[in-house]
Design a protein around this ligand. Sequence first.
Ligand code: KG4
Ligand code: ZN
Length: 332
Amino acid sequence: MSVNILAIESSCDETACAIIQDGRKELVNIIASQAELFSKYGGVVPEIASRKHVELIIPVINEAITKANCNIDAIAVTKGPGLVGALLVGIQAAKGLAYALKKPLIGVNHLHGHIAANFIGNKTIKPPFICLLVSGGHSHVLHVLDYNTIITLGRTRDDAAGEAFDKIARAIGLGYPGGPKVDEMAKKGNPLAINFPRSKFKDNPYDFSFSGLKTSVLNFVNQRVQKNESIVVEDVCASFQKAVSDVLIKNTLLAAKTTNLDTIVLAGGVAANTYLRSEMNKACEKEGLNVHYPPIKYCTDNAAMIGSFAYYQYINSDFSDMSLNAQPSLKL
Ligand code: KG4
Ligand code: ZN
């Protein structure tokens, strides 16, 4: 008997609902993005995001249920990390559905969801593997031993990789969200044009830092502007993107080597980055490692990934009760 899980995601600026079968098959995946709304503010405004979620959540759930037209075995929802007001909208909707339909409720860690994005539509990939999880709020090198045992080997000591993309994009006038815009610009630029700094930590070789890199890019741009010199935005984007990707790839490959694992998976919004994907491919091919990354639509926030991970909680009877609450700072 297959298990259909209806999953809700509302941790930031995407209101999303999906129905996933047995953790791997997408029956329906609806995403209402607020990104365009926030482009005029240059970033997410939490209070506006919460209000937008309230408007969108019922239509999005209705659309998913109507399109899939199937039985539902459990209701899953992102419990954190994320914006508290945004998370609460999804959680209250999930509780209401679980109560009315008399189905189990499953609270899912958003970061587990990002990792599980790799499982959708893929029957073969399973732990153990090394996961590079890079999003707007997190940058982690993870040793995924099995579905429920995940060791954090390295993490960012300051800004997340996606945050650095967004801040650079804003500074050079590309708007929000910055990652996809820098990615596009960089395609026309020279990654070797400017040698931006790469972080390195002696006490933990898997850790990252992107704040110094961000400052260095901003100084480069400001100095040129003050001297009335022109900048080649494409080169700035390509060189910045290379500096980020170099450390992400180096630390992830080191993790695979020291844990003796031959599979690397990418996850999170930054895993959508064209340059990172292609350079990671090249590096893994050279080292004889397997690399997987989710289709772009599963890299950035979505509910399908929440439904996928929820399945592994379902088979372990890892359910939540009606006291489930938002956990804005939830860790792995
Ligand atoms: O996973 P996600 O949707 O949300 C969080 O959980 O944070 O990640 C969003 C982040 C943003 O910082 C966005 O700029 C970045 O992912 N991003 C990208 C690309 N697409 C999205 N960064 C680099 N290149 C991309 N193509
Ligand atoms: Zn996310």
